[in-house]
Design a protein around this ligand. Sequence first.
Ligand code: AMP
Length: 209
Amino acid sequence: MNYILIGPPGAGKGTQAKKIVEKFEIIHLSTGDMFREAKKSDKVISRLLASGELVPDVIVVNIVKNCLLKYDVKKGFLLDGFPRTLNQTQELDIMLEKENVKIDGVLFIDLKLEEAIKRISSRRTCSCGASYNVEFFPPKQAGKCDVCNKDLIQRDDDKEEIVKNRLTVYENQTKPLIEYYKNKGLLIEIDGSKSESEVFKQICKSIKK
Ligand code: AMP
């Protein structure tokens, strides 16, 4: 089973992706995670992420291509955060055709932009990977991770001005993908305004094993 996960920043893609790959035992390819790792040693990537802009298509496409070659994609995969532009979508189609692999569905977690802003501004993360929301899912002790007790931080790109830019980038560059996949009959709409567990239930119901 091969799925794509798309949605605006703050829709809970990262959280749902972890649950999906664990339950269905498929490979998780998150371009956001790859670039967060890459920014530690690459100043250009670091600057792009800090501004909320997208990494150029040519870089993203190459990275995804290498990943798809490295893993046994026949086991099934979830693409999280890719594709994000129409050009990336077309490049992905070409890559998959070459490998004779098909996408079974595109999970689109839909969320109103005002709600996305509210969620992102109260999001906090820990370097161990745990994530919290000071309003809806606070840690037991304010500012500390429940898992490892380290200090929680706010992602640089979750700060207000950057969030606004990420949402504009999403509206202009990623939203057109929804129409593209709808026309291909692959779009699965998920109501992202519901609780984390309800969103996951909707996803599980729509996934064909
Ligand atoms: P995410 O965690 O998916 O929101 O990604 C964090 C950041 O990584 C984005 O704001 C972009 O700067 C970069 N990024 C992730 N995936 C892509 C992609 N498919 N194309 C371009 N940039 C990306």
